[in-house]
Design a protein around this ligand. Structure first.
Ligand SMILES: [Zn+2]
Length: 312
């Protein structure tokens, strides 16, 4: 295995829990042994929080420890907030993952739409939702919201819940914390000018996330939300394909991803069948905010595994 920490010091108890066993000196460059592997702690400074990262020299793959050829950075979900001179640490590795679903046995699923382009598809989607008396959550791109005030007003008039889809529609996971923060902040100020109150949910562009992004989003009060069911409606694969992807994928607490941008030409046509089909399976379609009330966040990725978490 080769890697042995050269120094072992007792760490302050606030850093100790089952997930994080400090082996080295604190804070910077501290050596840790974790379920993920062993390495040194580093800090990334944000506006009012620090993100602790573990730079691993060994990592666990299955039951085996492997040495990293290059240095790998794994986030541990350690948020250290500096208030004056007090240091508070929360250690919950799972918090370093985004929300994919909600842990509930209730037969409810969240209906969510990302919107970043155009003004043709949205009214059609709103018309279907209106005629079905169906609430939904809309993740809006900042620039789109800024240039489409009437569309935003229409969403709000229809009772739609608004989340943030960020500013520039680019992958943010690998970006510097300052770049991520600027993206989130810019969209947040535009969206808040409409809502007049803080937003709760952030869906990163392209669903591209990293522990760093999740932590930065937290500093703005956002939960980072991905999805459990990807309709891939933006590829315009056909109304039936979209409908079946959704209705075959539902499970209690699932989050459905659709789009109401003009690049999508079939979403409004698939939507009536999706709503009918999902309801026929005994599910209620609700906003993300409503689903959020039904249980704790599901942060393990159920996509592609065929495993539907709340159905066993
Ligand atoms: Zn998008």
């Amino acid at each position: 295995m080769g890697f042995e920490p050269t120094r072992r010091f007792r760490a302050p108890t606030r850093f100790q829990d089952e997930h994080l066993q400090p082996l080295g000196h604190l804070p910077l460059g501290a050596l840790y042994c974790t379920p993920y592997g062993r390495g040194a702690m580093t800090f990334l400074h944000g506006p009012n929080a620090c993100t602790c990262m573990l730079v691993l020299e060994e990592f666990r793959e299955g039951n085996e420890m492997r040495r990293t050829g290059r240095i790998a950075v794994f986030f541990l979900g350690v948020a250290v907030l500096f208030t004056g001179t007090t240091v508070r640490a929360q250690t919950s590795p799972n918090m370093a993952h985004p929300v994919y679903y909600v842990q509930t046995r209730e037969r409810a699923v969240a209906l969510t739409f990302d919107v970043s382009w155009g003004d043709k598809m949205l009214p059609k989607v709103l018309a279907v939702l209106g005629s079905e008396k169906q609430p939904a959550t809309f993740f809006l791109s900042g620039p789109w919201a800024k240039t489409h005030p009437q569309s935003v007003a229409a969403i709000r008039a229809a009772g739609g819940e608004i989340g943030s889809h960020g500013q520039a529609h680019v992958d943010l996971g690998d970006k510097l914390p300052s770049t991520i923060a600027e993206n989130i902040r810019a969209a947040d100020s535009i969206l808040r000018s409409y809502t007049g109150s803080p937003l709760h949910f952030f869906r990163p562009p392209n669903g591209d996330w990293s522990p760093r992004l999740i932590e930065v989003a937290h500093t703005f009060g956002y939960e980072t939300v991905i999805w459990s069911i990807d309709s891939r409606d933006w590829m315009n694969p056909g109304v039936t394909v979209i409908e079946q992807r959704v209705s075959n994928g539902v499970f209690p607490g699932a989050i459905i991803l659709l789009h109401a941008s003009d690049t999508c030409t079939q979403t409004d046509l698939a939507l009536p069948a999706i709503i009918k089909d999902v309801r026929k399976q005994g599910y209620r379609l609700v906003t993300l905010g409503d689903l959020w009330q039904m249980g704790p966040a599901g942060r393990d990725d159920p996509r592609g595994s065929g495993h539907k978490p709340n159905l066993n």
